[in-house]
Design a protein around this ligand. Structure first.
Ligand code: EPZ
Length: 413
């Protein structure tokens, strides 16, 4: 699947942000913690959600959807999620928490590596052991078994989003109280905690470094609407600035995109925050800036590729340091095919601004790299053809329609 992007676009108008991919994936999985009916509103039509829905059905859940509302009635009759589905998405690792919590045993294929690094799961497994599980690895699978899960003090060597979420779900049904220390602070972690509490759970201080979870005997059905997607919002904010346009981004929580706003302002764009929307425009030159990706509330690694595309056409040299993943510069070589001047030294990229980019045949290596190439294509002279565009559809709902509605000319090849 390819995308053909006409260059020299100027984005003007309004765009509506969808529900957060990285909030809804753990929330759909956390629905497994109760056998009552759970209703989730605002479910976006993105490929990653489709895969998780198939995984839930594979485990024994019954799903039905009316418009954007998905209803889930869980009954876990299978403790070994289907390998063909698991291997397609890293978030399948989050199935361990609920299956272990409800069935006391789970067997799942170790996640394959992906374009942005090896992405180990040691912090997840260390936490499960702290809760009383025995971990064994065999034949490319990890098996976790426990007579019962008991509350514990868990220290995360790194504030891993997935490990915090996995362990929060397991602890929600454990006996006693669990503390997750050096927990991830991301808004998606807070949203998961709010969802578990809506189900009758007891999760306290999510969004701080130490999350306290008091285990419950059972959880109940509920209705929930996850937060909007702060990375989708950030991507459109950068696209507006990159094309010298003027976009009103609606259904966004300004607090969640503070780092993106700060860096856009530093680069010379204008950003106006309102209650649930943000206007971004740029008329002057793009100024060079320094970016270092960090866990939330630091600059998000999921916005790094988009900013690299934006800064490749600026008056001077920018420096981007990727401190979260060890190999997340795959988009640099593709941007170079469009004329960008980027020098990679370990985890640092020096982006020397060029007069302009030229359309070319490029290849997306992952979701955010694909978004970066889309932004570069909108800026470039001529047409850009993006191969592997299915990566983009994993996390951006109707992105071609949304961009074409504000002045882009993109079609699917
Ligand atoms: C989540 O991935 C997001 N995915 C990622 O978004 C995001 O980039 C990442 O958090 C960081 O913010 C979802 O929420 C579905 P981590 P996750 O565990 O949970 C290391 C996107 O584009 N680590 O916080 O996998 C790991 O190798 C995706 O939407 C361990 O060493 O991220 C990495 O270097 C991409 N051991 C760092 O921590 C572990 O056990 C951050 O990983 C776990 C992680």
């Amino acid at each position: 699947m390819e995308l053909l992007v006409e260059g020299k676009a100027t984005l003007r108008g309004e765009v509506e942000i969808s529900t957060s991919k990285n909030a809804i994936l753990p929330i759909l999985i956390a629905a497994l913690l109760s056998e009552d009916q759970v209703y989730i509103n605002g479910v976006p039509q993105i490929n990653d959600v489709e895969i998780v829905k198939k995984l839930l059905i594979n485990l024994g859940a019954t799903l039905s959807q009316q418009e954007g509302q998905l209803s889930i009635k869980s009954f876990i009759s299978n403790i070994y999620p289907d390998y063909e589905l698991v291997r397609q998405i890293r978030a399948s690792l989050l199935l361990m928490g609920p299956i272990l919590a409800t069935r006391k045993t789970v067997k799942i294929s170790l996640p394959g590596g992906c374009a942005i690094g090896t992405r180990p799961i040691d912090l997840h497994l260390k936490g499960f052991e702290a809760l009383g599980a025995r971990i064994t690895l065999s034949g490319g699978n990890v098996i976790a078994q426990a007579k019962e899960l008991k509350g514990s003090h868990i220290y995360l060597d790194f504030p891993s989003v997935g490990a915090t979420e996995n362990l929060m779900m397991a602890a929600a049904l454990a006996h006693g109280t669990t503390y997750i220390e050096n927990a991830a602070l991301e808004p998606e972690v807070v949203d998961l905690a709010n969802f578990i509490n809506r189900m009758g759970g007891s999760v306290h201080a999510a969004g701080s470094n130490v999350i306290k979870i008091e285990g419950r005997k059972r959880l109940y059905g509920c209705t929930y609407t996850p937060i909007p997607d702060r990375i989708e919002a950030g991507t459109y904010m950068v696209a507006a600035a990159a094309t010298g346009g003027n976009l009103l981004i609606k259904n966004v929580i300004p607090e969640h995109v503070k780092a993106t706003t700060a860096k856009l302002l530093e680069s010379g764009a204008q950003v106006e925050e309102r209650d649930k929307s943000i206007r971004v425009e740029r008329s002057g030159p793009i100024k060079p800036i320094y970016i270092k990706t960090l866990p939330y509330p630091g600059f998000p690694t999921d916005m790094q590729a988009q900013f690299m595309a934006y800064l490749s056409h600026c008056s001077g040299s920018s420096v981007i340091t990727e401190s979260v993943f060890e190999n997340r510069f795959m988009h640099a070589q593709e941007l170079a095919r469009m004329g960008a001047n980027i020098k990679i030294e370990g985890r640092t990229a020096i982006v020397k601004g060029v007069e302009g980019l030229g359309g070319a045949h490029v290849k997306a290596s992952d979701l955010r790299a694909g978004a970066a190439l889309l932004i570069a294509g909108l800026m470039a002279e001529g047409t850009t053809c993006i191969a592997n565009s299915h990566y983009i559809d994993r996390g951006y709902e109707r992105i071609v329609e949304k961009l074409n509605a504000v002045g882009a000319k993109i079609c699917r090849g």
